[in-house]
Design a protein around this ligand. Sequence first.
Ligand code: NDP
Length: 330
Amino acid sequence: MFRAIHLEQSADKATVASLKELDDAALPTVDKGVTVDVAYSTINYKDGLAITGKSPVVRKWPMVPGIDFAGTVSASDDPAWKPGDSVVLNGWGVGETHWGGLAQKARVDGDWLIALPAPLTLADAMAIGTAGYTAMLCVLALEQRGVQPDAGEILVTGASGGVGSVAISLLAKRGYKVVASTGKAAEAGYLESLGAAEVIDRATLSAPGKPLQKERWAGVVDSVGSHTLANACASTRYGGTVAACGLAQGMDLPVTVAPFILRGVALIGVDSVMAPKAVRTAAWARLAQDIDRRALASIARQVSLAEALETAPQILAGSIRGRVVVDVNR
Ligand code: NDP
């Protein structure tokens, strides 16, 4: 038996979330299946949506949520993995269409796993989590477009959130000048401690703005979408790059083509869920090399599986600072 957060759908289509003891035999059957003793999972924005039922993230019922986990292989039908291997999983529809990480056990396709890169611990990997791995994908997107640390200011929106916090830390460590946009004035000290050179009020970006604005940003990491992303594009410098990964403000994008056709701005979409294995392995290798583990300690806090249930609505309210790691054995 193992403990898990369990999501069911009621007759009136409401999501009912509870902590349950489940039988190992209930774990999904998978080709090349690998059974993992989960050590840590996390509460990502998408997990908040799944657990509260606020958005139709869950596609199969019942579901164990949790879009990521880190743990140790206990059994494997995939020759690539053996008992005792330390592994990390992000995305692939886990926690949406396939039972996820908010449980003491998971059974997944071996192709979805990557080896935990040294010197990261299982706890480090989930302090980074899908949000931090996505932040790394955004940083790589800027680098691939030639945005170097001396290029100018980099805007990070949703700064106090999971993606934002890790992005600031990664960029600052590489020598970029980071400007953090936040709605939480009280977190200015936290954002500066992660390496932000300047903290701005997100209200300066979140309302409808002009199609072209004063050129300021050499690059942008945006986890917010909507008017914030539109304004970020409109104020990106000639030839700059905007990496867009999120929708915390909204799914809309009220932008014109002006920044793209008059300033050669590139808007790069970043997806972590279906990213090919080579891309995710490269991102995790860079995380293992670049992540500041002292910063991680201030970014992440741990909760139990039961406490994870209470955290879900808080992440949707945008009231959580940094990352929430779930110790599934607590
Ligand atoms: P968090 O909730 O931790 O952070 C989001 C932050 O956005 C908040 O902390 C807040 O920061 C800001 N925010 C919240 N509401 C609003 C609003 N109405 N207007 C402007 N800013 C707002 O989430 P994550 O960092 O984990 O994820 C951020 C986004 O990225 C989500 O939309 C998520 O779905 C997406 N995502 C996408 C992935 C992909 O593969 N593309 C992978 C992972 C995440 P502050 O108070 O500092 O302004």
